[in-house]
Structure formats: C-alpha cells, structure tokens
Write a protein that binds this ligand. Structure first.
Ligand SMILES: [Zn+2]
Length: 173
C-alpha cells in the first residue's frame, strides 16, 4: 500500500480512484532509494506495443517511503503511473511523458514545503539542461503554464499538454 499521506494528496486533487490505484499497486515494486546499487530501478516506463505504438501498461518502481525526499520521488513516479493508466490504449508520445509528473511533484512540494524538500527540488531541476533528453526540456519549459491550471481536471490538462506538444514541435523543427 502507498503511504497514507500520498493517497491523501492524490485524493485531494481528484486523482484517486480505487480501481485505478488497485491496478497501479499490482504493478508496483519498491526499492531502497539510498542504496546506490539499486536506486536506478526507480521509475515508471510505459509498455508500448511496437506494432501500433499504443500504451499497453507500465511497470512502476518507487522508493520505500521513509522521509520527505522519498515521498516526493514516489509522488512523481505514481503520477507517471496515473498518466499511463488514463492513457491506456492511446498513442505513446515520449516527449510529453515527464510534464504531468513534474507538475504534480511541484504541487506536492508547494503543499509540503520544507527547506530540505525545496533544496532537493532545486537540485532535481538543476540536473536538467540543454543536453538533457527532450522530454525533460519540454517539461521544464511548460511546467509553469500547466501549474496555473487545475490538475484535478485531467481531461482539460491532457488537452493543454497536447497543445504544448504541437507548439514545441513547431518551434523545435
Ligand atoms: Zn519522471
């Protein structure tokens, strides 16, 4: 089970439903985030059908939730899982995959702000620069726009993200 604080957070933002979280939990593994031999496993890659490029599922791996950093990382990865779940059967687009999790992570930070968490978030942001993969640059460039929207309205959010993708493709041809 996820940490109650994490469940509360998703409930508060209308991003929780029992069926979805059961589905996610069945696909979830846990690792020790502070064990550098295994923490590379943390993530939530989508399973994409190579024949039609549609999202078929995902595999989630989150840290054991021991402190505020591991809670923040878990929120980010669970947001990936929610995103994949809501887009099951739809076309996979690598460019947009980090935006929703990074927005959700930022909202969690705002609501649970401590100096530790704030400097950790700054550190995470600082790892993204012009040499990073496109999905991270895209997420950083569009996160602030999306933060002004209501994240509990997923369909609206999804539409906005699609708009950003079109704009990005025009500008980065
Ligand atoms: Zn991510």
């Amino acid at each position: 089970m996820f940490h109650p604080k994490i469940i509360e957070f998703f409930k508060k933002h209308n991003l929780y439903d029992e069926e979805m979280f059961e589905y996610i939990l069945k696909r979830c593994d846990y690792v020790d985030y502070y064990d550098s031999d295994i923490n590379f496993m943390v993530g939530c890659p989508a399973k994409v059908n190579p024949r039609n490029n549609r999202i078929e599922g995902f595999r989630l791996c989150i840290p054991y939730c021991w402190d505020e950093k591991t809670a923040l990382v878990s929120v980010h990865e669970i947001a990936h899982a929610i995103y994949w779940y809501k887009r099951l059967g739809k076309k996979y687009n690598k460019l947009e995959e980090e935006l929703f999790p990074m927005v959700v992570e930022r909202i969690y930070l705002e609501e649970n702000k401590t100096s530790t968490l704030e400097s950790y978030e700054k550190f995470l942001d600082s790892t993204i620069d012009e040499t990073s993969e496109a999905q991270y640059r895209f997420a950083i460039a569009n996160r602030d726009h999306l933060l002004q929207s209501d994240i509990s309205d997923f369909r609206y959010l999804d539409k906005s993200m699609r708009k950003f993708v079109r704009k990005w493709k025009r500008e980065n041809r």
